[in-house]
Design a binder for this molecule. Structure first.
Ligand code: PGA
Length: 257
């Protein structure tokens, strides 16, 4: 059985008080009889406090939005995986398109980050996604193949099984445009297929693949009900407890039916 996951990417939003109120509202509205994992990625500086609120709630995990690939030392402004771990982080988002595009992170950097965080006992939420041009030119499968194979296929199967994949078409992030259920399902099935070819069916069947990109309560039902979609990585709609809780309820509902 694959894990359903709803992950919040709060990005560079929310004051400390707003972030603490939001996580408390989410926990108090969460139905603990269900089994969906909730991963919350606050700005670094509140990570420990958010962890303190989450730590006794079953199914709740904290994630960082990025990490350094260096171990420790003279890297002003950087945050190491050991620091993140000591503040309660279980996951780190790696390869978000905002970091690939705005901070010029390439596959080599992402590979170093993933190796480092796995070595320090964290789990990556690895983002991949094609641009609008890639899709227009029918290069979307090729792009995703390249992003996944160059960063993840050098891992051994044991390390790879700790990865959560988030497929996030760049043209859908924060734009209000969402992939259709067919576009999303086709890509998720493709991702699972290339994983099966490389690591075997057993590994591919167990890996959670999330959809991200303007996912909200009004479109989540049709997206989450696709058979290779195991939840979502949510930006805008994770900043309010009612929409985020609704997304959790939707994944629970579709996985029951
Ligand atoms: P969005 O962001 O839901 O606001 O499109 C998703 C993401 O960037 O992870």
């Amino acid at each position: 059985m694959r894990k359903n996951i709803i992950a919040a990417n709060w990005k560079m939003n929310l004051s400390k008080d707003e972030a603490l109120n939001l996580i408390k509202e989410i926990i108090s509205g969460y139905n603990f009889d269900t089994n969906t994992d909730v991963i919350v990625s606050p700005p670094y500086v509140y990570l420990d406090q958010i962890f303190q609120v989450c730590k006794s709630s079953k199914n709740f995990y904290v994630s960082a939005q990025d990490c350094s690939f260096n171990d420790n030392g003279a890297f002003t402004g950087e945050i190491s995986t050991k620091i993140l771990k000591s503040c309660g982080s279980d996951f780190v988002i790696i390869g978000h398109s905002e970091r690939r595009i705005n901070f010029k992170e390439d596959d080599e950097i992402l590979k170093l980050k993933i190796q480092k965080l796995l070595a320090d006992g964290l789990r990556p939420i690895f983002c991949c996604g094609e641009t609008f041009n890639d899709r227009n030119e029918d290069l979307h499968f090729k792009t995703i193949m390249q992003q996944i194979s160059s960063v993840l296929f050098s891992l051994d199967a044991n390390d790879f099984s700790k990865v959560v994949i988030a497929y996030e078409p760049v043209w859908a992030i924060g734009t209000g445009k969402t992939a259709t259920k067919e576009q999303a399902q086709n890509m998720h099935a493709f991702i699972r297929k290339i994983i099966a070819q490389h690591f075997g069916d057993n590994v591919a069947d167990k890996i959670s693949i999330l959809y991200g990109g303007s996912c909200k309560p009004s479109n989540a039902h049709e997206i989450f009900s696709q058979k290779d979609i195991d939840g979502g990585l949510i930006g805008g709609a994770s900043l309010k407890s009612d929409s985020f809780l609704e997304l959790i309820n939707i994944i629970n509902e579709v996985s029951r039916s």
